[in-house]
Ligand binder design. Structure first.
Ligand code: FPP
Ligand code: MG
Length: 294
């Protein structure tokens, strides 16, 4: 299945989407797509097939988010913890990633037409080299797009992300770019893999598990959380509409809390040059992986 599909909603679903769109639509929704293996067990198919169905559901959900006018989506596709699964399952997930990122590169026209920017967040160095290259190519190909954003957390955990940010900041200090007093909440925020994104307004976890599993722990502090029992491959537009509806009923309160906790952005020349170095070195890594820089 393609990443970007055409809308297939019935007239009644379209009507419900229209009603929900009359209210406050979240700018950024994060998904913990859980329950693929239980789905496989329930349907007597291989685990790899459960993950395949999980990908199809992701493509469908992205289309629903476009229909709803949600401009940014982040999905938890592969946690660093998932490397501890059996070799067969990890290999199957890597093969799925290979196939799907290759397919993504072939969907350039559609991605450009919808203005979708793809970002993969995570510790790419943990992935097989060919997967790293495909990811870099996808990110570079769409980096000028700015209408819709899809962030795929792959080889990601929040602990790893924060460790990486602390490492970058300490290099900044030891290289004399920063003073320890320059380190603030907002600078930590801008050192994370998600530095280009606003925090999610809504996070949805499927499969009845009620925890975050090391996903966006810094960024979800003030998000509305929606847990649902449905297994990810069985997620429907009705579950998404229900989650957005619950968000809408609570958003005034959430917005008030978010505005009280906005970190004060302080900046100076040192901070600007540290950020130029940090983002420049990320860009260089991508260019090298994508074969665009020798
Ligand atoms: C959680 O279900 C799901 C995963 C670990 C993988 C999610 C991956 C996809 C939906 C495909 C996305 C692929 C790309 C290339 C973006 P689980 O395996 O933990 O199932 P369980 O909770 O029933 O054991
Ligand atoms: Mg699970």
């Amino acid at each position: 299945m393609a990443w970007i599909r055409d809308s297939t909603l019935s007239w009644f679903q379209l009507l419900c989407v229209k009603v929900i769109k009359a209210g406050k639509v979240p700018r950024h929704v994060a998904f913990i797509m859980d329950g693929n293996r239980r789905y496989a067990r329930k349907n007597n198919v291989l685990k790899a097939e459960g993950h395949n169905k999980g990908f199809d559901k992701l493509a469908e959900t992205l289309q629903w988010c476009l229909d709803l006018g949600i401009p940014e989506v982040t999905v938890y596709a592969f946690s660093i913890e998932n490397f501890k699964r059996t070799e067969d399952e990890v290999d199957a997930l890597m093969e799925l990633a290979r196939q799907k990122f290759r397919r993504l590169l072939n969907e350039k026209e559609k991605l450009m037409e919808h203005g979708v920017r793809i970002r993969i967040i995570g510790n790419l160095s943990l992935l097989p080299h060919d997967v790293q290259k495909l990811i870099a190519e996808a990110m570079l190909m769409t980096q000028e797009n700015n209408k819709a954003f899809l962030n795929v957390a792959f080889a990601y955990t929040a602990h790893d992300e924060m460790t990486n940010a602390v490492r970058s900041l300490s290099i900044g200090v030891s290289e004399g770019l920063l003073l320890p007093s320059d380190i603030s909440e907002s600078l930590i925020d801008r050192s994370l893999y998600t530095s280009d994104s606003p925090d999610p307004d809504l996070v949805i976890r499927t499969s009845g598990e009620v925890r975050f599993s090391d996903f966006l722990l810094w960024q979800l502090s003030f998000s509305y959380v929606y847990f649902t029992e449905v297994l990810w491959p069985e997620f429907t537009i009705w579950h998404l509409l229900a989650a957005v509806f619950h968000y809408q009923r609570n958003y005034r309160h959430i917005e008030e809390i978010q505005s009280l906790h906005k970190p004060v952005e302080h900046t100076n020349e040192r901070i600007s040059s540290y950020l130029t170095w940090l983002y420049g070195s990320r860009e260089d890594t991508l260019l090298k992986l994508g074969g665009k820089l020798l």
